[in-house]
Ligand binder design. Structure first.
Ligand code: HEC
Length: 216
């Protein structure tokens, strides 16, 4: 009995050993056979070989992680243009307290058609899921328990541009921080677009727009 069991074990070990040897040495000769039949094998393919140099970037391409983009996840992107002073550091506490550094921050981007186009694209991508396409708080995720928050009525109408810029950068309560995902100027384009949504309101908003243009 004991003899037969040890013989079975021996045979199994021999088979396993043979398979390891075949698997290790089998590839290249098998590739050669495939090449002789089909003219090619999977050994020849466009993927990188170990230690092969990557291809140089095409001429004129701009690195994604440069200039106006943050250097990494969680890093607040300031993206100041050359020669321009970086915006001051802003903390969530400063936003909660409506500190003057937050509320008095000046909007450097004119609200022209280009800015509003860019703002709309970003708003639909990053903000509409919660705030709704019209900014009225009817975003799709509110169906799944995220609290609705309208940007076109109540407090939000009273906020300064600097406040809206800052809340996009550092967040507040249920509002996530976008400092590491949206660039400095993209945040200002969003401010302009939120203003546009607020101005589109019938009644109060358009009356404000009228008095604005009367002042100018
Ligand atoms: C995950 C859902 C969510 C997303 C995405 C989101 N927000 Fe919010 N936002 C909120 C919530 C919730 C509040 C209310 C925060 C609080 O209770 O303090 C808020 C508050 C705000 C406020 C403050 C309004 C006020 O009256 O003080 C502004 C401005 C704002 N969001 C703009 C944006 C913009 C612009 C984007 C896109 C970059 C965006 N939000 C993306 C959920 C979201």
């Amino acid at each position: 009995m004991a003899d037969r069991r040890s013989r079975t074990v021996n045979v199994r070990m021999w088979l396993a050993g043979a398979m390891v040897v075949l698997m290790g040495a089998g590839c290249t000769p098998m590739d050669d056979v495939l090449v002789s039949i089909f003219g090619r094998s999977m050994r020849e393919q466009p993927s990188f070989n170990p230690y092969e140099n990557p291809q140089p970037s095409p001429e004129g391409s701009v690195p994604f992680a440069s200039g106006n983009f943050p250097s990494g996840p969680g890093v607040v992107n300031l993206g100041e243009a050359a020669g321009q002073a970086p915006p001051p550091p802003i903390t969530p506490l400063m936003v909660l307290q409506s500190a003057p550094e937050v509320t008095d921050l000046e909007n450097p981007i004119a609200s022209d058609a280009n800015s509003l186009d860019r703002g709309e694209e970003l708003f639909l991508r990053s903000c509409a899921p919660c705030h709704g396409e019209a900014g009225d708080g009817a975003g799709t995720v509110t169906e799944f328990g995220v609290p609705a928050f309208s940007l076109i009525e109540g407090e939000a109408l009273e906020r300064t541009d600097g406040y809206i810029y800052s809340i996009i950068r550092v967040g507040r309560g249920g509002m996530p921080a976008y400092g590491h995902q949206l660039t400095h100027y993209d945040r200002w384009h969003l401010v302009n677009y939120v203003r546009e949504l607020q101005g589109d309101l019938p009644g109060e908003g358009s009356a404000e727009a009228e008095s604005d243009s009367a002042e100018n």
